[in-house]
Design a protein around this ligand. Structure first.
Ligand SMILES: N[C@@H](CCC(=O)N[C@@H](CS)C(=O)NCC(=O)O)C(=O)O
Length: 84
């Protein structure tokens, strides 16, 4: 099943930096949502994901949406999906 991704994060968060570094190293491109600069993104994260913690990867599979928290879990998930 095709998946689309959005990474909810902000620039100065060290755990977000860890994920961004992984993305840069592997060449994986996905959409970023900055929860400090974008009020709507911040609200969506809390209302739909369940908590304000970043980084959080929003995974869309058809009509199903999964919210994945924890930087290491996000990296492991993307590794498995992209085979890197
Ligand atoms: N263990 C988490 C730590 C995430 C974390 O503590 N993020 C901070 C920002 S650096 C945060 O979102 N704090 C606000 C909150 O938890 O609502 C990870 O590795 O992703």
């Amino acid at each position: 099943m095709v998946e689309t991704y959005q990474l909810f994060q902000y620039q100065s968060c060290p755990f977000c930096y860890r994920v961004r570094q992984f993305l840069e190293a592997t060449g994986i491109e996905l959409e970023f949502k900055d929860t400090l600069l974008d009020v709507d993104a911040s609200r969506e994260l809390v209302e739909c994901g369940g908590k304000s913690s970043v980084p959080c990867l929003r995974i869309q599979r058809g009509t199903e949406v999964q919210w994945l928290y924890e930087s290491f879990d996000i990296i492991e998930y993307l590794k498995s999906r992209f085979g890197v």
